[in-house]
Write a protein that binds this ligand. Structure first.
Ligand SMILES: NC(=O)c1ccc[n+]([C@@H]2O[C@H](COP(=O)([O-])OP(=O)(O)OC[C@H]3O[C@@H](n4cnc5c(N)ncnc54)[C@H](OP(=O)(O)O)[C@@H]3O)[C@@H](O)[C@H]2O)c1
Length: 318
């Protein structure tokens, strides 16, 4: 089965995905064919080499520098209607990508995404639209990157009642807090994180807990099928004594809280580096999940698995 893929966004995750697809273009009888890639400079569309596209993007910063290819400036609607992919893969940082998803789902195109805001803000509309149009929407890498918490909640724990999830979901704040544990001030730790490229383009998304809040909201949607009624978000700006402190997201029916918490020294949530962790309590189980929560390959790995799921579950691709 041939599956035509449009990649939207060609940053760290998009380029790592291109690498993974180039390594395994045929898998489980599926032939993956990337027919377009879009960045802010435009869309390349047709029969191109994805590794060449990656090289050009890395050396010039722009897909539009691809020599022999025409570059299109499509609107979201035109991208779907002209290119007509089977699967739209959104690995962009565009907060407004919901518009693009609407066109895609209505045209019978499945979506795979690592982009949080559209899922956190429009979950129900998107799930309903996907159902109506008999296509899928997959978003494993929006939370804990390739560490499969979404699959666990959406599939493996379907028969369980989720009582509570406590999780460390943002590695940048973990980096800052562990630097503070070693004696740095908040400002020094933020500066170091910035210089290492660990923070989001807008650092307040990490420091004020916005990134963790989006992820917590997605976990609430997946666990309870409804939005939280009560939400509280406190970032790490006021933390002075960072010993054993992590930015913890707490999710229970109707409630989402993100705030710095002092943890017991043996808590599974006391992670360091890029690790994320979650404790999921159900009516019968307590599951601890731990794994890397960011990085190009790690995030693209979750996206790649979602592409395979989309292709296998919705084989009536166009
Ligand atoms: N990196 C991670 O570890 C990680 C983990 C989990 C989830 N995510 C999510 O995955 C997505 C991609 O992450 P990333 O690290 O690859 O980000 P990135 O390196 O900043 O790349 C973002 C890409 O999106 C493109 N883009 C943004 N707005 C666009 C628009 N309106 N039209 C077309 N292209 C647009 C950018 O184009 P230009 O290149 O032209 O600027 C860039 O190629 C983000 O939503 C991020 O939050 C990332």
């Amino acid at each position: 089965m041939k599956v035509k893929i449009s990649i939207f966004g060609f940053g760290t995750v998009g380029r790592a995905l291109a690498e993974i697809i180039a390594e395994s273009p045929r898998i489980y009888n599926i032939e993956l064919q990337v027919i377009s890639i879009t960045d802010r400079s435009g869309t390349i569309w047709g029969d191109f080499d994805i590794l060449e596209a990656k090289e050009v993007k890395e050396s010039t910063g722009k897909l539009s520098s691809m020599g022999d290819y025409e570059v299109y400036n499509f609107t979201p609607q035109e991208l779907i209607e002209e290119v007509r992919p089977d699967i739209l893969v959104d690995v962009s940082s565009w907060d407004g990508a919901f518009k693009l998803y609407e066109f895609a789902l209505k045209e019978g195109v499945s979506i795979v995404t690592s982009n949080k805001p559209p899922i956190a803000e429009h979950y129900k509309e998107l799930i309903d639209m996907a159902r109506e149009n008999k296509v899928g929407i997959f978003f494993e890498s929006t939370v804990m990157a390739g560490t499969p918490i979404i699959g666990l909640l959406r599939e493996n724990l379907l028969g369980e009642r989720i009582e509570e999830i406590k999780a460390v979901l943002n590695a940048s704040t973990t980096f800052i807090l562990t630097s503070m544990e070693k004696g740095m001030s908040l400002d020094e730790a933020v500066k170091e994180a910035k210089s290492l490229g660990i923070l989001e383009e807008d650092p307040s998304k990490d420091i004020d807990g916005i990134d963790a809040y989006y992820k917590a909201r997605i976990l609430h949607w997946v666990s309870y099928g409804e939005p939280p009624e009560e939400e509280e978000r406190i970032g790490i700006r006021e933390v002075r004594d960072a010993r054993n402190v992590r930015l913890v997201a707490e999710i229970s029916r109707g409630r989402v809280k993100v705030m710095p918490r002092k943890l017991e020294s043996e808590s599974p949530l006391l992670v360091s580096g890029v690790m994320n962790a979650a404790i999921i309590k159900t009516n019968n189980l307590e599951v601890v999940l731990k794994g890397p929560g960011g990085g190009g390959r790690v995030t693209a790995s979750g996206v790649f698995t979602d592409i395979i799921k989309a292709a296998l579950k919705f084989p009536n691709l166009r």
